[in-house]
Design a protein around this ligand. Structure first.
Ligand SMILES: [Zn+2]
Length: 276
């Protein structure tokens, strides 16, 4: 599943080439998770603005020079990837959205079709606002300080791992990144969020930022073609300290990495390095 680093790597790959591009047309394939909300051909004539990311959503602003400005909110779902194609071949069976521009065709390939492309007049109006409403803070937002993070954790009684995965305190802590950040911070994944001290919350936020930054570095350095977004998690996993390493020796203490299931997701941790 594309996580925040994959989406951010995608954004970095398409934002510069598409800034200022002129939309020549658009095409929908099979239905995605939510309807587009306007006729695809009517997107023609727009100019692409600065593509931004919020959580795992990308916002592609479109300016029409009239009171018709808005944009497309894109989500890669479980299996989606975006490619900017300079000579687009005819769409294949899993290509469900094309935005044809004078700089190439932005194509969404999504075999499982949990992804979405939704028209919205702005990020702050329906339907975009409703989709983004429950998202937690951006992990690299300077306003999201250790104090703010700690205060948010204080309001939660669930295990810290579940709170991280929920994404409503902070976005971006997908399973692999949550496991690794908790290991780096020395925090047991089952510890109740409201029992985490302020210094430990600060360590956890720093660890989460570190793991995500490393994944972004790997995405930027190992992916010649940003369309292979699933390669980011794979490259990161190859150097993970605990994720996917049940039964292996902990690189820090020599103990055994364990796997448990929390909220239907696998959690990997070192029982001696990670304390309640
Ligand atoms: Zn250990």
């Amino acid at each position: 599943m594309p996580e925040l680093p994959e989406v951010e790597v995608t954004r970095r790959g398409i934002a510069d080439p598409l800034r200022g591009a002129r939309v020549l047309g658009a095409r929908l394939g099979k239905p995605l998770r939510w309807p587009l909300g306007r006729a695809a051909p009517s997107l023609a004539g727009g100019t692409v603005g600065d593509i931004v990311r919020r959580g795992k959503y990308l916002w592609l602003p479109l300016q029409y020079g009239a009171d018709d400005d808005g944009g497309l909110l894109l989500h890669l779902g479980m299996s989606g990837s975006l490619a900017l194609l300079h000579a687009a071949p005819p769409p294949g069976p899993h290509d469900h959205f094309d935005l044809v521009t004078d700089r190439g065709t932005l194509r969404l390939n999504d075999p499982r079709r949990f992804g979405a492309v939704v028209w919205s007049a702005s990020l702050h109006e329906a339907p975009a606002a409703a989709l983004l409403r429950r998202l937690g803070a951006e992990p690299f937002d300077p306003a999201f300080t250790p104090q703010v993070f700690h205060a948010a954790l204080q309001r939660r009684r669930a295990p810290v791992k579940a709170v991280l995965l929920g994404g409503d305190v902070v976005v971006g802590a997908g399973n692999i990144y949550a496991c690794e950040a908790l290991f780096q911070a020395g925090i047991h994944p089952a510890l109740r969020a409201d029992r985490i001290s302020r210094p430990r919350a600060a360590r956890l936020l720093a660890a989460l930022r570190g793991t995500l930054a490393r994944a972004l570095d790997l995405g930027g350095s190992t992916l010649r073609d940003f369309t292979d977004v699933h390669g980011v998690g794979g490259a990161f996993q190859s150097e993970a300290a605990v994720y996917g390493r049940a039964g292996a020796a902990c690189g820090r203490c020599g103990g055994t990495v364990r796997r448990v299931v929390q909220a239907q997701r696998s959690t990997y941790f070192c029982p001696s390095c990670q304390r309640r």
